[in-house]
Every structure is written in structure tokens, then in C-alpha cells.
Design a protein around this ligand. Sequence first.
Ligand SMILES: Cc1cc2nc3c(=O)[nH]c(=O)nc-3n(C[C@H](O)[C@H](O)[C@H](O)COP(=O)(O)OP(=O)(O)OC[C@H]3O[C@@H](n4cnc5c(N)ncnc54)[C@H](O)[C@@H]3O)c2cc1C
Length: 378
Amino acid sequence: MTDDGVPVHIIGAGPGGLATAAALHERGISTVVLEKSPSVGASWRAHYDRLRLHTTRRWSALPGLPIPRSYGRWVSRDDFVRYLESYTEHHAIEVATGVEVDSVERDGTDWVLHANGGRRLTTPVAVVATGYNHTAHLPPWPGRDGFEGELLHASRYRNARPYAGKDVLVAGVGNTGAEIAADLAEGGAARVRLAVRTVPHIVRRSTLGWPAQANGILCRRLPTRIVDRLAARMAKLAVPDLSDRGLPRPETGLYTRARQGAIPVQDVGLIAAVRKGAVEPVAAVESFDGAKIQLADGSSAAPDVVIAATGYEQGLEDLVGGLGVLDDAGRPLVHGARTHPDAPGLHFIGYTNPLSGMLRELSLDAHRIAKSVAKVTA
Ligand SMILES: Cc1cc2nc3c(=O)[nH]c(=O)nc-3n(C[C@H](O)[C@H](O)[C@H](O)COP(=O)(O)OP(=O)(O)OC[C@H]3O[C@@H](n4cnc5c(N)ncnc54)[C@H](O)[C@@H]3O)c2cc1C
């Protein structure tokens, strides 16, 4: 308990919220996790079927419970959901499901969480863990709403079955777009184009058993230009030149790009598919015109389906937008152990996207938050 006997309220029962609850329990502080969905790990339950963690089993485990060895090195979506369920049970985390927090407000020294059903929950310490990938982002492409084909965001993609025999254009080449394009090509789509605005850095998930994530962890303390140079050398050794297929190597360094928020694409089938011509990189989508799509190089396409792998927004404006704790991009100005000077006792977890792996960082931040809360409430 906090010193006045009220549990810490955590918003969101994904890996970030659950990790924070476990870390607080370890310090004798009780929690209640408020989750809008019917169960924990809602984001993971909704991901596409073939998804496996890109980070290793060991470096994806949350505080206080390893991921079972039997789940393998690259844990599948379903096994990760199973892990989150057993994690909740193992740490006896109290999760109130079906509770959606709409806004957070200051009331004296307390935080008031307004939730669905007119609920009003008061707590001295609140942790926001509603997810980096909270709200699907669909660009406002001109003519988009009049598209005569099918347009969906990647968050609604499950597997290639509905697209067998169809001409599909995937817009956006982050990890999700790259993997969906490969999945479609392997799953029988008639044609798969991948619309690329900025060519990505592509890395092997592991090279001779050495995971890319290990590089991400090691590199964090090195100067950007050195990492950029090392990464370029590594890419030349491990990743074939795909320029003639429309995917040249990027001119900006890998770490420079990562610091701007663009993490590299881990290859789980894209390289082979592009080399075979099963996935065709094309220019970025500019606009829609009836059945046609205008691409940035002046060419056009008329696919049956467009899958927009165009990322997510954090959706924090409604929740905490009035508190002065967000930057211009809608991300928290401070996260982890630190709280904003105008918002003591209000923590954020999970709003960065580091090269070292988000799950690993969530675990570290959960411990930091617990330590800071324990200090304040001691
Ligand atoms: C496709 C994909 C693959 C990824 N793979 C990896 C990987 O391999 N390794 C890695 O380290 N990271 C990976 N990540 C990044 C990250 O680890 C995950 O997104 C992870 O789920 C983040 O955990 P979270 O708890 O911050 O957010 P989420 O898992 O999104 O959990 C947020 C929770 O909050 C709930 N919620 C939201 N709003 C409210 C509200 N207002 N009130 C109540 N509840 C609310 C949601 O229902 C959800 O359960 C991946 C991300 C994606 C999208």
C-alpha cells in the first residue's frame, strides 16, 4: 500500500502495466490494474497469427518470472499471451477488466481517474501504461475514402487467407509492413507490392546465433557515428544488396535513424521474398483516385487491397492532454521513474521504442518506477 492505504492505480494490463505491478509488489506496495479489455495482454491477442517476438526469450521476460524455455528462443504470439496470463497469476496481480479510463485529473495531492460507467477512482500514485501502439494511424491520403478496393490498417490483418489470389499493396515498410508483405507472398496472394517512402535498414534477426537485439543493447552507450559505421559494415556482410529490386541501402546511418524513432526492420522473410520478386518494392502512396493509387514516382497501381502498415499513435491527449505532460508529438515529456514537476505521482511506462527491445526496457523502467514510488511512500 501507499502510505495512506490506497493501492497504486495502473492503467493498462499489457506487459508494461503488469511488469510495474509485479515490481511494486516486490517492494510491498499493492496495486490495482485497470484494463479496458476482457483480459490481460489485449494488444498481443490482436496481433497477426505468424508473429513471433523479435527479441530473445531471455531479454523479453518481465520482472520476477522467466519465459518458459519450452517456448523457444523466438516466442510465438500465443505463447507470449500465455506467459502474460501466468505472469498475472504468479504475481497475484489484481486486474479490474472492462474498466476504461477516459481522463486523469488532479485533485489536491491525489489523482482522480474517470472511467466508464461513471467510475471515479482516487489515488496518490497512478501509472499510465496504455501502450505505444494504442491507436491505429491511417494517413489522410487524398481520395482515400473513395477507394474502390479494400483498405485496412495492418492492426486488422491476421493472416494471408482472405487475400489468396488477390493483388495487394502494403503501404509502409516498418517491421509490421515487411512481415505482412512476406506473409502475403508466402500465403498465396497473386501480387504483393510494398510501398516504401523511406528505405529502411534491414538487419538479420540473428547472425551466427548472435541476436540483433544484443547489438541494440551494446550500442546504446556508443557514439551515434560509430554505431552507424559498424552497422553499415555489418549490413554489407549480412544483408544482400537489393538496389536492383528497389530497396537500396539507406544513406542515413542505422543509429541516426533509430534516434529519430525509426528502428530497423528485422528480416523474417522480406529479403528472400524481394530477391525472388515475390514482394515488389514500389514508391510511396501519394493519393487515391477511384480504383487507382498514385505513387510518389508518378506511376500508379490498382490493387484489390491496400494494407496500411503506417504505424500507431499513443492516444494520450484525451487521457492526460490537459495536464501539460505531453510533448508536441503527444508523447510524455518524462517517463519511468521521473515524474513531471507539475504532475507528481503520475508515471508513464512504454512510450519509447529503443533498439534494445521495448520489453526489456519496460522491465527496467518497472523496477525504476517501483523504487521511486517506494521512496516517496516510505
Ligand atoms: C506487432 C508488434 C510486435 C512487437 N514485438 C516486440 C518484440 O518482439 N519485442 C519487444 O521488446 N517489443 C515488441 N513490441 C513492442 C512492445 O513490446 C509491445 O507493443 C508491448 O505490448 C508494449 O506493452 P505495453 O504494456 O506498453 O502496451 P500494450 O501491450 O499495448 O498494453 C496496453 C494495455 O492498455 C490497455 N488500455 C489502453 N487504453 C486504456 C484505457 N484508457 N483504460 C484502460 N486500459 C487501457 C490496452 O487494452 C492494453 O491491454 C511489438 C509491438 C508490436 C505492435
